[in-house]
Design a protein around this ligand. Structure first.
Ligand code: ZN
Ligand code: ZN
Length: 277
């Protein structure tokens, strides 16, 4: 399994998940269809190679180009009823809409995909964990807070894209009006660096090999601050940390099988336990 971002942040988001020969999915399309096509091409992929689009929620930085891109390429779009009603109804060809429920598991492109209901100021938002027979990729952005169900859902990931939206001090001192500051920092807003670090502490596992800080605010955070907060929570974990950018996202990352030396037998047992729960 490999994955790449075509852009990450409040100006637009999109993630490509490629399950080898079984198909490539686009998670969110917060760019115009034309810009999304260009950004997908920059990842050496043709939009016609896509097997479908998933949408996390209706905010424009996740849904802007979905209907136009899907209609033109005849791509199925998978999202909750609330997201469909809020962003796509009347714009997306009805025949392309495939309803998913939050907190359920469904299959696409040879992947088992778990939808996770999240606290965010949208109608029916959910985030996703993608599992192949060998790897798990967790993607979590646009959440104001996290709960036990979310921690359980993101256990034992090999790759994790985690929102580090803002630094609390930069947000407090920054240019946003007071009401917007409250919204961003609220329970239904966005994860700050410290919350992301706390979440990482609760889900980090010997399997984890790459962690990407995503949805980083250009006004209220820096990539360096986000990475620093995640490094503080790394606690000896053997995984790479990088930050996604608004302009280019990040290039393809291919998940690799962990060597036995790293994934010790005790870690394997813990993994078996985690996957059972
Ligand atoms: Zn967003
Ligand atoms: Zn949002």
């Amino acid at each position: 399994m490999r994955f790449a971002s075509i852009g990450s942040g409040s100006q637009g988001n999109g993630t490509l998940i490629d399950n080898g020969g079984e198909g490539t999915l686009l998670l969110d399309c917060g760019f115009s269809a034309r810009e999304a096509r260009n950004r997908i091409a920059e990842k050496s992929l043709l939009p016609a190679d896509l097997a479908g689009i998933l949408v996390t929620h209706e905010h424009g930085d996740h849904s802007k180009g979905v209907a136009t891109l899907a209609n033109s390429l005849r791509l199925p779009v998978h999202c909750t009823w609330g997201t469909y009603q809020s962003a796509l109804m009347g714009r997306l060809d009805e025949a392309l809409f495939h309803r998913i429920d939050a907190d359920s598991v469904f299959s696409l492109a040879g992947l088992d995909i778990q939808s996770v209901a999240v606290p965010h100021d949208a109608r029916e938002p959910c985030q996703f964990v993608f599992s192949s027979s060998r790897f798990r990729l967790g993607i979590l952005t646009d959440v104001g807070s996290f709960n036990r169900a979310m921690v359980a859902a993101y256990q034992a990931c090999d790759g994790l894209m985690l929102e580090c939206n803002h630094d609390l001090r930069m947000l407090a001192d920054g240019p946003y009006p007071a009401q917007l500051k409250r919204r961003v920092a609220g329970h239904f807003g966005h994860l700050n660096n410290q919350q992301a670090a706390d979440f990482l502490r609760q889900v980090a596992h010997p399997r984890l090999q790459c962690l990407i800080a995503t949805h980083i605010s250009q006004k209220n955070n820096t990539r360096a601050l986000a990475i620093d907060a995640l490094q503080q929570a790394q606690a000896g974990g053997d995984f790479a940390i990088q930050a996604a950018s608004q302009d280019n996202g990040f290039d393809w990352i291919t998940l690799q099988p962990r060597s036995n030396a790293i994934l010790s037998s005790s870690a394997e047992r813990q993994l078996a336990l985690d996957l059972e729960t």
